[in-house]
Design a protein around this ligand. Structure first.
Ligand SMILES: Cc1cc2nc3c(=O)[nH]c(=O)nc-3n(C[C@H](O)[C@H](O)[C@H](O)COP(=O)(O)OP(=O)(O)OC[C@H]3O[C@@H](n4cnc5c(N)ncnc54)[C@H](O)[C@@H]3O)c2cc1C
Length: 347
């Protein structure tokens, strides 16, 4: 029995969110006496073998699908060895028990089978939703803990309401499909890494599987993705206009990061929704989040609470973001950012 983990790459290395998912996959595998296998989309040569070994992976499946195509990725996963036979048609539903415990049930018989985990990123959630739709299986999203349940299935704790609530749940299905919250599970390497065997997979895809596909990847566009960037320079209403983002772009590029924004900024049409951080945007987990002219509304914090360090620049010392920040700079971002850029350039 195998616990599979979809591994996303960021500039050729395993994305931090996937390292967290691998950590949970390894914990689940060891509790079930199973092994961990990584699923990487790309050529065999692009599989980061040393990193996967460090996280306890024994087998890696290099799947030859060019670029991001959610249904094609899901089809390829559903056809992996040991998985295809366990996936089948069926009906699933959530049931609330008398104790209030949520139970996700699937009409099936027999022992717990394999599991497929992915990071709770846009890609991870989308691909696993497709796997669930293909197989007629339930998917539990944004899990922070998973362990075998006494009566079969899995006991889960998962985030609801953008992480504001934690729900105890039981997942009862022939194949467990889970995504792992990107900000709640620490990435911990294995005690005793072993060798990784790489298997090349060429999935049989129909034209329909490839109808939806990304035309441009962040790496090809020259940058990291918002969900996986190590540095995010955030801008809110205080930036003042679309043009006002030029210094934030420059600072992000000097720090090797990307720009993220508040919802006011996307609502104003200053920046695209793809850059929105928050409850209805992307959850970020950078080492550094530099929040400029952002008040720190709860819906924004839902997206950036996983940042390791927050530095806030705001004219209002009472803005909630200032209380969240490790360092708070009280001042006008239009003066602070140029000074910061000049200092970085001088170095
Ligand atoms: C259902 C729902 C979902 C939502 N989802 C999201 C979400 O995903 N993400 C999100 O961000 N919001 C979301 N929101 C909106 C959220 O409630 C806030 O309205 C929004 O985050 C505020 O954006 P802001 O901080 O840029 O603007 P404001 O709250 O207006 O704050 C602007 C800040 O800039 C400061 N400032 C002004 N000028 C300067 C200057 N020159 N220099 C420095 N500081 C300056 C001000 O002091 C202020 O603190 C959601 C709301 C709802 C109801």
């Amino acid at each position: 029995m195998t616990v599979y983990c979809l591994v996303e790459l960021d500039a050729g290395t395993v994305a931090d969110a996937s390292l967290r998912a691998l950590t949970m996959a390894r914990g689940l595998a060891s509790a079930r006496g199973a092994d961990v296998a990584a699923v990487v989309f790309g050529e065999a040569a692009s599989v980061p073998v040393a990193e996967l070994a460090a996280y306890g992976v024994m087998n890696a499946y290099a799947v030859a699908v060019d670029g991001y195509a959610p249904q094609a990725w899901a089809r390829a996963i559903a056809e992996l060895p040991n998985l295809a036979g366990s996936l089948g048609e069926g009906a699933s539903s959530w049931v609330k028990t008398d104790t209030g415990l949520a139970v996700l049930t699937h009409d099936h018989e027999g022992e717990a089978g394999p599991a497929v985990l992915a990071a709770g990123t846009d890609h991870g959630n989308e691909v696993l939703a497709h796997v669930g739709a293909i197989a007629g299986l339930p998917v539990a999203a944004n899990c922070v803990a998973a362990a075998p349940a006494p009566g079969g299935g899995l006991e889960l704790v998962r985030q609801r309401w953008a992480g504001l609530l934690l729900e105890d749940a039981v997942l009862d299905a022939p194949v467990a499909l889970l995504t792992v919250a990107t900000d709640a599970v620490a990435a911990v390497p294995a005690d005793s890494p072993g060798p990784v065997t790489v298997h090349e997979v060429k999935p049989e895809l129909s034209a329909g599987d490839l109808v939806v596909r990304a035309e441009e990847a962040p790496a090809a566009a020259g940058g990291a993705s918002l969900a996986t960037a190590r540095v995010v320079v955030g801008g809110g209403r205080g930036v003042g206009s679309a043009d006002g983002f030029a210094p934030l772009e420059e600072l992000a590029s000097l720090l090797g990061g990307v720009v993220g924004v508040s919802r006011v900024v996307t609502s104003e049409g200053w920046r695209p929704h793809a850059q929105q951080v928050g409850q209805t945007g992307t959850k970020i987990t950078p080492d550094l989040y530099l929040a400029c002219g952002i008040s720190g509304a709860i819906q924004h914090i839902a997206g950036c609470a996983g940042a390791r360090h927050i530095v806030a620049i705001n004219t209002d010392p009472a803005a909630p973001m200032m209380a969240r920040a490790d360092y708070a700079l009280i001042g006008d971002l239009h003066q602070v950012l140029p000074a910061l850029i000049e200092a970085l350039r001088a170095r």
